[in-house]
Design a protein around this ligand. Structure first.
Ligand code: HEM
Length: 424
């Protein structure tokens, strides 16, 4: 993969990230067995899957514990003063000049979150619905309709970054630029490589991508400031926002915008793949959803419970804590097994069944507590528009019997690589 190229191959960049975070083993089976054996695992539970954790290179050098129950995962994720995220800056965050919200704690996190939050609330996102829907239909699905068949992941790979590109307020005269941004954003995520044979190249590519993305965004930000910092889009809002009693400078706006692209792109792509795979492989489901579109949000919520993209979240203890009679010292890593908590039989009946009719209860596919996904309403809106448009434009949608059926896989990041379908 060449990160310098203007025409970066999105598919191979995405596959490289999938390979890095795929690991080995069946995460659901491992969590089920672990949950049965004990609510707490003393040691590095994630190690067995061979994936890079957020703890990056520090893994193995500190006491590590894993939690499996719904109530325990919730307790950790909601208490950001006892369980901190700052260590993430030493792994992936190194690429973001420390300005990655995911890796902020305490007052700094609260302030930055307050700054960004208004741009992502439902009342703002709802105003974007028509624009999101138009991009999906006009730019992607209507031109495809006459083909009567496709791998929907080509669309799935591109539309989330294309949407963010529009919502952030990038210029509309260069609509293909988002493809380059998407490739760079993926190269950044791929920088956290565990395979020593690939680590150097992956880190080098990530470094180049970080710089190229920075330069491209900075140019737009500087121009927007010159033009008067108007607009309801994200860049316009950030240019006008106050932080610690002063305006954000171009460097800060650029760095925030850059850190949002990887957070917004491939998470939505993977979720789209799981939503569609479950819709197409669950008997009778497509007919029901096609006839009653009010079921689309339930389909999305249940897919995020059943197959969360990120199967675990790691936190560091800021003080000594107790779980199930085990003392976890200050400075330890706590692996919150989201894939397990989302299928905890004490909370969800028949947890291993995909059932869009189940009673809504919190699950952790978008996280929980102070760091809960700030973009969840955008993501759900995009997914909702995508599913509806596919059902509207592709009558008789079905899996292509000549091609392999979609498989949702991955130990750390889950999703299906392909969605080969036909329609009438
Ligand atoms: C279906 C798609 C998505 C999924 C599954 C997802 C998942 C998550 C999760 C699990 C977290 C919590 C991380 C933690 O606790 O350490 C998170 C945080 C975050 N997400 Fe998303 N996300 C998605 C889409 C988006 C989109 C579209 C955006 C931007 C528009 C976005 C921006 C963010 C940001 C900025 C954070 C950090 C929030 C903070 O630390 O306060 N995400 N996301």
């Amino acid at each position: 993969m060449s990160t310098d190229s203007d025409t970066i191959d999105l598919e191979s960049a995405y596959t490289a990230v999938s390979d890095t975070y795929k690991g080995k083993g069946d995460i659901h089976a491992a969590c089920r067995a672990a949950r049965k054996a004990s609510p707490i695992f003393v040691g590095d539970f994630i190690r067995q899957f061979g994936v890079p954790t957020n703890a990056g290179m520090q893994q193995g050098t500190r006491p590590t514990f894993a939690l499996f129950r719904h109530q325990d995962v919730m307790a950790v994720l909601r208490d950001a003063s006892s369980y901190t995220s700052g260590f993430i800056a030493e792994g992936l965050g190194a690429f973001f000049d420390g300005l990655i919200i995911l890796a902020m704690d305490g007052e700094q996190h609260r302030q930055v979150r307050a700054l960004l939050q208004p741009a992502f609330m439902p009342e703002t996102v709802n105003k974007w619905r028509d624009q999101i829907d138009a991009v999906i239909r006009k730019d992607f699905l209507e031109p495809l309709a006459g083909n009567k068949g496709a791998d929907l992941m080509k669309f799935g790979l591109e539309f989330p970054i294309r949407e963010m590109y529009a919502l952030m307020g990038f210029p509309t005269d260069n609509p293909d630029a988002y493809r380059r941004y998407a490739g760079w954003a993926l190269a950044m995520v791929g920088g956290n490589q565990v395979d020593p044979a690939k680590a150097d190249e992956a880190r080098r590519n990530a470094g180049i991508a970080v710089r190229l993305l920075y330069e491209a965004i900075l140019e737009v930000v500087a121009q927007r400031r010159v033009d008067g910092s108007q607009g309801d889009d994200l860049i316009g809002r950030l240019l006008r926002a106050e932080h610690e009693g002063r305006r954000l400078d171009d460097h800060e706006v650029t760095t925030f915008v850059r850190s949002l692209l990887p957070a917004a792109g491939e998470t939505t792509t993977r979720t789209f793949s799981s939503v569609m795979a479950l819709l197409l492989t669950t008997p009778g489901l497509q007919e029901r959803v096609r006839a009653d579109r009010a079921l689309v949000p339930k389909l999305i919520d249940e897919a995020v419970r059943f197959e969360p993209v990120a199967t675990f979240k790691v936190r560091e203890t800021a003080r000594e804590v107790q779980f199930h009679g085990v003392t976890i010292p200050k400075g330890a890593f706590v692996q919150c097994m989201v894939a397990s908590a989302n299928r905890d039989e004490e909370v969800f009946e028949r947890p291993d069944e995909f059932d869009i009719d189940r009673k809504p209860k919190p699950s952790f596919g978008f996280g929980f507590g102070p760091h809960m996904c700030i973009g969840q309403f955008v993501a759900k809106m995009e997914l909702n528009c995508a599913v509806n448009a596919i059902l509207d434009l592709f009558p008789g949608l079905r899996l292509d019997p000549a091609m392999p059926a979609p498989v949702i896989e991955g130990a750390q990041l889950r999703g299906a690589a392909h969605l080969h379908v036909l329609w009438d």
